[in-house]
Design a protein around this ligand. Sequence first.
Ligand SMILES: *Cc1c(COP(=O)(O)O)cnc(C)c1O
Length: 405
Amino acid sequence: MEEVKETSAVHDVTELEKHYLLGTYARFPVVFTKGKGVFVEDINGKKYLDMISGLGVNALGYAHPRIVKVIREQAAKLIHISNLYYNQYQGPLAKKLIEASGLSRVFFSNTGTEAMDGAIKFARAHGHKVGGEGKFKLVAATNSFHGRTYGGMSLTATAKYRDDFKPLLEGVTFIDLNDIEALRAAVDDSTCGVFLETVQGEGGIFECTSEFLQAARQVCNQHRAALVLDEIQCGLGRTGEMFAFKHHGVTPDILTVAKPLAAGLPLGAIIVTQEIADVISAGKHGTTFGGGPLACRTALEFLSIIEEDHLLEHVQKVGAYFHQELVNLRDNFALVREVRGRGLMLALDLNIPSRPYADAALVAGVLINSTHDTTLRFLPSFITEEKHVDKTIKVLKKLLKKKIE
Ligand SMILES: *Cc1c(COP(=O)(O)O)cnc(C)c1O
């Protein structure tokens, strides 16, 4: 296989990291310096089509003129002021998220995992209020991913993410996704929350069925447990609806979002019903950075662009086209097992390890991600067009002709 060219510029960067950084990332051997639209450029000037968009964060691509403008303006005015004081942007951003979700109140965090930790706190505080101290148990799905802090990790089933760090939070039960019987058996009056990704991302793009989500809603109502939907990856337009739960006619009590919210700046949100909000008073939760004026103003611009440029419709249209093209690959290549997902959250499952294909795609100038051993994951930006899908498919066709190890 052709290698990515290791120039001295790349070597300098990687060597320094090898000496001074923790070895937490199995990085691709490439150093990026800038981007424009759906393309990103490496330190040697080679251009790549980005079909993973910074793990779903860069939903407007790179250097979007409106995002650059608003960041420039706000950075010159006020970046941070802390939550001791008001800034002008948390209120309007919260209002937009409430109108879009149908819930009632918002708390701003910095990251996804922090949003999940807050969600666990709120579910427990609510549980204690309606059912006493003993109502603290959490139910989550196998193959889930909810982040790296103790809360998020405790709800993350996969052994490699958690086993070295035990003991984790107590009272967590895992059930298989879409197993309604197991869900009903796991939830009782001691349960304070059921935590699900509406579409599992890191686990390889597996969607909750409508029946499963409806059963979860019903069983949570029955036992006064909070239904918590983690839409950190699948929310904010990625599936072609503002929130993935909109496809299923089910509304959560607590909703978490993050990745694309502030177009690349760190920002997450916990969005809750009034009933959950009522158990959280001043001093019970907080953050130094979360909800700062720079991130919140940028997020407002992100949501305006989604609306004004009709990007949900665009995601539906290009997503349907991409899905069909992947189905064609499945029908024509023996190495492909399955196509999953919707909108611009798609997966091609192989019957051999997928990482060598992601490596080879990089060499061919297309960024895709390998997850869950055999899955190629696509999380392209919402401005991706059919011609970019065609280029991706062309590269995949070439690579899938032979077994790469
Ligand atoms: C990425 C992700 C998280 C964690 O978010 P961070 O910002 O990395 O902490 C949690 N849940 C889901 C579904 C995610 O995709």
